[in-house]
Design a protein around this ligand. Structure first.
Ligand SMILES: [Zn+2]
Ligand SMILES: [Zn+2]
Length: 145
C-alpha cells in the first residue's frame, strides 16, 4: 500500500533539548542514512550522524535558531542551526543538497520513526562505531547521487 496515495500523510515532530525550538515536518524524508564522515563526527562528537533530509518547504521551525556556517569536507558550505537557548543543533542546511534541509534523528519526538537506508562515508568510519550490517555501506555517496 502506498501510504501517501492512500491519503495518509506522514509527519514528524521534533525539537531541541530545552524545547524552545520545535519543528514539524509534513511528508516523507527524501533521504535518510547514517553518515560516518569526519565532519559529522566532529560536529556531533559521535561515531556517526543519523540524518534525515526533507524538502525545505516541508519543514516548519518554531523558535529562535542561531546559524553557524562552515565549509564542509565536500568543499561546499553547510549552515547548521542551533537553539539559541540550549545550543543543541536542530537543522542542517547544506549548499550541496539544494532545496533540502536536514535534521538528525535523535531530535525527533519519536526517534524510532528514523529508518536509515544506508551507511554513507563508510570509508571514514571510526573503528569503534557500530554499523548496521543489514544496510548497504558506501565509501562516500551511493553511486548516482
Ligand atoms: Zn533549546
Ligand atoms: Zn556526514
Amino acid at each position: 500500500m502506498d501510504l501517501e496515495k492512500s491519503g495518509f500523510v506522514q509527519s514528524y515532530g521534533g525539537g531541541c533539548l530545552c524545547r524552545q525550538v520545535t519543528y514539524v515536518v509534513t511528508g516523507k524524508p527524501v533521504f535518510q542514512f547514517n553518515c560516518h564522515c569526519r565532519d559529522c563526527q566532529r560536529s556531533t562528537g559521535c561515531g556517526y550522524a543519523p540524518v534525515m533530509f526533507f524538502k525545505r518547504d516541508a519543514l516548519k521551525v518554531l523558535g529562535a535558531l542561531t546559524h553557524y556556517t562552515i565549509r564542509g569536507g565536500s568543499g561546499h558550505t553547510i549552515s547548521r542551526g542551533f537553539c539559541s537557548s540550549c545550543g543543541a543543533q536542530v537543522v542542517g542546511d547544506a549548499a550541496m543538497a539544494e532545496g533540502l534541509i536536514s535534521v538528525r534523528a535523535g531530535t525527533l519526538d519519536n526517534p524510532d520513526l528514523f529508518t536509515p537506508k544506508a551507511n554513507v562515508f563508510a570509508s571514514q568510519a571510526a573503528k569503534w562505531a557500530a554499523m548496521d550490517p543489514g544496510l548497504p555501506a558506501f565509501d562516500r555517496w551511493p553511486p548516482g547521487t
